[in-house]
Design a protein around this ligand. Sequence first.
Ligand SMILES: O=C(O)CCC(=O)C(=O)O
Length: 272
Amino acid sequence: MNDIQKYEFDRLGYLVIPGLLTPAETQGLAAAVDALEEHAAAHVKLPPRKTSVWGPEYHHSPDKGYFASGEREPGRTLIIEDFFNADPAFDLLVEHAPTMALIRAIVQERPTINNSEIRIRYRGNQTGAHMGGPIGSKYRYSFNRDGIDCMMVRMIYFLHDVGEDDGPFCVVPATHKSNYNTPYGTNDSDAEPGMIGLPVKAGDAILFTEHLRHGGKSIKSGRTRKTLHIGYGPFWMKSQNIGTMDEEQNITPATLARYTPQQRQLFKSWGE
Ligand SMILES: O=C(O)CCC(=O)C(=O)O
């Protein structure tokens, strides 16, 4: 992470990173997401099922190892967690060197992956605004004599262009440092004062601290928005996927067997 990125991440709570993925990587990932969307949309309402401690009900895929919730309908979101288990096409994102250079600059203890989700948002859908202000310690942003130290950050990879009307990821800049909760009494990402959409191109990525107030603006264009989200934090933090919240990571032996020792470390939640 260079000095400008450090300054801006600390000041704003997020960074837009143009071209973090190559065009070939973007194309390969987009094809894998399209295939997985078909599988998940067809199976999401079937058993076996699990109710998350946070509320939503999930399908746990016996053959592909993912947890899925939601549905492929206008206004809705289809979420596919633990997508690493479903297709080796996603392996390039595990220990992805340009990503890890940024993560290791803002998570001081050994970072691991604690969240993985494909988020597919259909026309009219919005992600409500959440976080920002005094949110407690779990997802906190902090700064000490060694620099930035985050408990939970996410990288969002964009597989196609997302314009202002395509339901862009949105943020209220600098609210990771706010001492007050939002006084506006709304979680409507379109209406909240200070909320800005972040339009991006295919292959771009957005890195943000989970402490920042964020969400997703409504999709007005009618186009479906597909993104890959990977969360990182210190090694001792367990899964932050909604389907397996605070459990060990749901990473199958078959997936681990494909990985290098360095990739496996990213799922090891004990020791240094
Ligand atoms: O991209 C979106 O619509 C919202 C994403 C989000 O809330 C997250 O990744 O934590």
